[in-house]
Design a protein around this ligand. Sequence first.
Ligand code: ADE
Ligand code: ZN
Length: 338
Amino acid sequence: MTDTSAFIAGLPKAELHLHIEGSLEPELMFALGRRNNVDLPFRSVEEVRAAYEFSNLQDFLDIYYQGAAVLQTEQDFHDLAMAYFDRLAADGGVHAEIFFDPQTHTDRGLPFSVAIEGLLSGMRAAEARHGLTSKLIMCFLRHLDEDAAFNTLRAAEPWLDRITGVGLDSSEVGHPPSKFEKVFKAAGERGLLRVAHAGEEGPPAYVWEALDLLHVDRIDHGNRSLEDEALTARLVAQEMTLTVCPLSNHKLCVVDDLTRHPLKRMLDLGLKATINSDDPAYFGGYIGANYQAVTQSLGLTRADLVTLARNSFTGSFLDEERVALHLQAIDAYAAGPV
Ligand code: ADE
Ligand code: ZN
């Protein structure tokens, strides 16, 4: 391990953009398929991995929704979450704010309770096993309509004290944030924080809408904001956190080469960028691999890495005292011998 790799591995970090369904590794997909008698359209783990060649977001989503069909019981969601948290802990992760897509599961007949109870149980077990903390963000699928999102918000009512926020994901182009203005307003009135995928494939106008119509607390991805100077200035002035996902961007052809990834430019412009894995089982690596890859391809310095790790906590939904403790831990680590 090089000095920089070791530095990244030990750097305390939080993950703010992780779809738990996107952490379903092919091995677990097959194990759950067998456990639940769900047939998969693949014969082997190798065949699954070979199918992970995407030319855009929709290519990926088609296969990702298919894979989620093996998740049937609370135990399955618990196991999925634990497998992710084990990987996070191994990468120096100490906190995660994880997305889940309830509609992917309720639309195939699972009660709302199954996914959320399994995930909450995995989150408690991860805290006991690794001492890491986590929060849950419920995403609405934007290719479905706003009524369906309202139904999901209603189904979530008994668990709202354990859900930190709502998000917006799935096929971006053609499904602008404005389509979900009312349901985001309702979520805000229920005390939920708000985030939205915007500017991954969609235009800067979608990022404006996420800010002005959905009143988001963070932007997920946000890459295409850089095409609009006034928007970039607004994001800098508002200290808006961007949850950037480098390996995802490369796999989904949002960037053609990691050496041309905008992360370093974002930092130099004063944007509050963070590094995240998005759907690590599909995109070739967890949070540590994302840090390592951009550090190599963009020549990030230790100061950049410390900024990114600090942003992951100041951009988190943790309370101020906890954020301060994590920042102290980063500073102590950066001043140490590694
Ligand atoms: N759902 C899972 N991963 C996603 C991504 N990168 N963009 C939009 N929706 C998603
Ligand atoms: Zn995402």
